[in-house]
Design a binder for this molecule. Structure first.
Ligand code: GDP
Ligand code: MN
Length: 376
């Protein structure tokens, strides 16, 4: 998932014609002061921490300044501080606008409806989660014709707009939908969308780009910072691999079995630290690669839970044994295996020959791996 900072989101807004206040990014208090003195961003202004978390307003990460000196001080207070575990490295400086009303507008991919959904609410400026359902207008959008004129008008009505603001919103929504469509976003959100006299101005921007479309957008590749280096490596090898906080590694096949395995481990007091979904792979080379990745994550113990359906137990066992041979001694870990299903007997024989026993009972196997992680 590529989540853009507000500043980057607003660059897209500008490109597509969604109105935003005059603004600039600064990376030091001195730079902030310079920008404000030059008038590139006029005072009074707003100084906003560029972090991905929301709730900055309430958290002191959005400040107001009436002079360049005050702007510098605000930037100094925010830059380098930590907001929701993120270090602030940039601030967005923006001209302060006089807000008459704060509205909410978003377009999100609704995976249940399998359509983009336009959401509008007259109750903007607060977390949308706290707005009662009946005060949010939801309109599914047919992606082929795109956002229709009547849908834009209905949105206008739901926001209680009149006069010139109706046309303003109409244009804004067309632009916003284009952005959503062309950039392959899964979410574009403006909260608040401010009514400023006869104009609408997007005061905040939240843009998330759909992961499955990343191949169409190499320009976002450098922005993804939500993956650990190992996860990045796994992605290149096309292995589904996710790092968590615990210390037990899980290798399973299929998303369902993998998730269920994590749940059962937790149920028995274990803490899953990394999981890896072999999916339907039947390729010993891939299994080997998966194991080496797992070893690099340095789990205290590993639980291999495989159900052989399409995947054959003996293939997985072969890959596993081959991989264990190449794991450097320093990276080895206790392993509890549970291999069941297609070609189970052959798989078990291969494991036995390599000194690995498979525990067929789920409860017993989970208890064994939780104990192994504790003893290590
Ligand atoms: P968030 O709290 O992380 O969602 O950050 P926002 O960008 O939404 O800013 C929080 C609040 O600051 C907004 O809801 C506005 O009330 C206020 N704010 C932001 N920019 C301006 C501005 O230019 N003028 C005024 N008066 N208020 C602003
Ligand atoms: Mn906001």
């Amino acid at each position: 998932m590529v989540k853009l900072t507000e500043g980057r989101g607003k660059e897209l807004f500008r490109k597509y014609g969604v109105p935003v206040p005059k603004g600039a990014i600064a990376r030091s208090p001195e730079e902030a002061e310079r920008v404000l003195r030059s008038g590139a961003v006029p005072c009074p202004c707003v100084v906003k921490a560029q972090v991905l978390a929301g709730g900055r307003g309430k958290g002191g990460a959005v400040r107001f300044a009436s002079t360049p000196e005050e702007g510098k001080a605000a930037a100094a207070a925010i830059l380098g501080s930590t907001f929701q575990e993120e270090t602030v490295r940039e601030v967005l400086l923006e001209e302060k606008v006089a807000i008459a009303r704060e509205l909410y507008v978003s377009i999100a991919l609704d995976r249940t409806a399998r359509l983009p959904v336009l959401m509008t609410s007259a109750r903007g400026g607060v977390e949308v989660e706290s707005v009662p359902d009946e005060e949010i207008e939801r309109q599914p959008v047919e992606p082929f014709p795109g956002l229709a004129a009547y849908e834009r008008r209905r949105a206008s009505r739901s926001l209680g707009l009149a006069g010139a603001l109706v046309g303003e919103l109409d244009r804004l929504l067309s632009s916003l939908y284009q952005l959503f469509d062309h950039e392959d976003a899964e979410l574009v959100e403006i909260n608040p969308l401010a009514v400023v006299g006869e104009r609408l101005v997007a005061l905040d921007a939240k843009v998330i780009i759909e992961d499955d479309a990343s191949f169409r957008h190499p320009e976002y590749a450098t922005l993804r910072d939500d993956r650990t280096p190992l996860e990045e490596l796994a992605r290149e090898k096309e292995i589904a691999f996710v790092q968590l906080d615990g210390n037990i590694g899980v290798i399973a096949n299929g998303a369902g079995l993998t998730m269920a395995t994590l749940d059962v481990l937790k149920e028995f007091g274990g803490a899953p630290g990394v999981f890896l979904d072999l999916g339907g792979t039947d390729d010993p080379k891939k299994v080997t690669e998966a194991f080496l990745l797992m070893a690099q994550a340095r789990p205290r113990a590993v639980f291999l839970n495989i159900f052989g359906g399409v995947t054959r137990c003996d293939t997985v066992a072969n890959g596993l044994v081959a991989a264990l041979g190449t794991v450097p001694p320093a990276d080895r870990f206790p392993l509890v295996a549970r291999i069941r299903g297609n070609h189970e007997e052959e798989g078990l024989a291969i494991l036995r020959a390599a000194g690995i026993t498979s525990v067929p009972d789920l409860r017993a196997s989970v208890q064994a791996v939780v104990a192994a992680a504790k003893e290590w």
